[in-house]
Design a protein around this ligand. Structure first.
Ligand SMILES: C[S@@+](CC[C@H](N)C(=O)[O-])C[C@H]1O[C@@H](n2cnc3c(N)ncnc32)[C@H](O)[C@@H]1O
Length: 457
């Protein structure tokens, strides 16, 4: 059952097309997944690749099982098919400074990273702490090396990063009309006034966002809702308030143009993109791409130069001599190439930043790629590091039996020679680290991620 007032609203907006649109809410919908071009041999997955999602880059129709190695090793990311168009429209270049402001659980973040090829800086932010943790896990699985993960409000980020980013994605919290099929709970929140309430929050988020965009930079705005209040009317408002122009999005079969008549009749709004579930196989999305004028005066006036670090939030530090020796010992013995830059330590954890970036005073989930942890006189490498590697100087290709034990958290025996840290792979996919003593491989698969593998693949 659709919420009261919803059908009438879209009957009025869509006219004859409303019947097909409203009927689509009774259909089951399509699932999708994206391959990970950051991994070696990204197509080596046990999934059908015969139905690509148009214009998605790396996207296919089909379902992924969470307990398969393709998922665990970050070779695939489950994503609703129409959501794939957001990353494809944003398409950041390697080397750019990119912000994904509303990032959890990480569908768009992992897609943006796919374009960036580990070069430049990707700040992925999520305001809700629990969701920020899930975002970090997905970034880790995907093997992204150039991401910083923050858990901040748009306001606080804006005061830290005035006119800083080349590209910002705002995948806005919205009334979620495109979620009605997938997540029936989304229907409970909907009232005829809800889109206007969401639009107010979107304008607040965008006001802060514009402070962080460089002149000449691009803003990508998206929602998974159909309501003009949150879609064309938001873009019309942005065009009135800021020196922004619409960068028209190319369309292909099943993709619809934004509707100027649903806002202020500005013809530029036809350059935005609408994906309706009755025309495009997916749940539905709205996407706009806007460019800030090169000559734009700084929108940003930093509110405060830097925040005071809160109590208990210790600032990051450089490595001590002992830590340097431990890291070098590990990296020289195990890693294929140790070209990690901008090393920093936070609470005995070692991170590498792709671009040196000051985060003082911000709530940071990860200041860079986790490399490992210093423990007394030893260094323990991070799971996240393993998932960025394709090979190592000490590595072991696991049998199916060993893999099942490994992801379940058990030790196993092996005839491998050597001692100390090994990169473990299954079906040539890096799955984590183990530590060999004698014939026993000690298990370092993270406790919170352990599972019973599905080996049907
Ligand atoms: C549509 S979801 C993001 C989905 C994500 N981009 C992805 O592709 O996986 C919107 C996100 O915005 C966050 N959010 C809610 N209120 C916010 C606010 N005031 N400022 C910034 N983000 C907010 C939500 O917690 C949610 O994770």
């Amino acid at each position: 059952m659709l919420p009261e007032g919803f059908a009438a609203k879209y009957q009025q907006l869509l006219g004859d097309e409303a019947t097909a649109f409203l009927a689509s809410f009774q259909a089951s919908g399509d699932k999708g997944f994206r391959l990970n071009p950051l991994k070696p041999n990204p197509q080596a997955v046990a999934l059908d690749l015969d139905q690509p999602v148009p214009r998605s880059q790396w996207g296919y129709y089909g379902a992924v099982k969470g307990r398969q190695v393709d998922h665990q090793a970050g070779y695939v990311y489950s994503q609703e098919p129409s959501a794939m168009l957001v990353g494809a429209v944003a398409a950041p270049q390697p080397g750019e400074r990119v912000l994904d402001l509303c990032a959890a659980p990480g569908g768009k973040t992992t897609h943006l990273a796919s374009f960036m090829q580990q070069q430049g800086l990707l700040v992925a932010n999520e305001i809700m702490p629990k969701r920020a943790k899930i975002l970090a896990e997905n970034v880790e699985r995907f093997g992204i090396t150039n991401a910083v993960i923050t858990n901040e409000t748009p306001e606080r980020l804006a005061s830290q990063f005035p006119s800083y980013f080349d590209r910002i994605l705002v995948d806005a919290p919205c009334s979620g009309e495109g979620m009605f099929r997938k997540d029936p709970a989304a229907k409970k929140y909907w009232t005829p006034d809800y889109p206007a309430t969401c639009a107010q929050r979107q304008r607040e988020i965008l006001t802060e966002t514009l402070k962080m965009l460089q002149p000449g930079g691009e803003l990508i705005y998206s929602t998974c809702t159909f309501s003009p209040e949150e879609d064309e009317q938001i873009i019309a408002w942005l065009l009135q308030e800021y020196p922004l122009t619409v960068v028209p999005i190319e369309r292909t079969t099943g993709m619809s143009a934004g509707r100027p008549e649903w806002a202020d009749n500005n013809p530029a709004l036809a350059g935005t993109l609408r994906l309706f579930p009755h025309l495009f196989r997916g749940e539905g999305h709205f996407i706009a791409k806007l460019r800030l004028a090169d000559t734009a005066p700084a929108v940003a006036t930093p509110v405060k130069a830097a925040h005071k670090a809160k109590k208990g939030r210790r600032p990051v530090a450089a490595l001590t001599k002992e830590q340097q020796a431990l890291w070098q010992g590990f990296s020289q013995a195990i890693l294929p190439a140790a070209n990690y830059q901008h090393l920093l330590v936070h609470r005995e954890h070692l991170f590498a930043q792709s671009v040196a970036v000051a985060l003082k005073g911000l709530k940071v989930v990860r200041p860079g790629l986790p490399l490992g942890e210093f423990k007394r006189n030893r260094f323990e490498p991070a799971y996240a590091l393993a998932l960025t590697l394709s090979s190592a100087q000490q590595m072991l290709d696991l049998t199916t039996e060993q893999y099942i034990k490994y992801v379940h958290g058990e030790t196993f025996t092996t005839a491998a020679t050597g001692k100390g840290w090994f990169l473990l792979r299954y079906q040539v996919k890096s799955v984590g680290f183990g530590k060999l003593t004698g014939q026993t491989m000690k298990n370092f698969f993270p406790k919170g991620l352990r599972f019973v593998a599905d080996i049907a693949d």
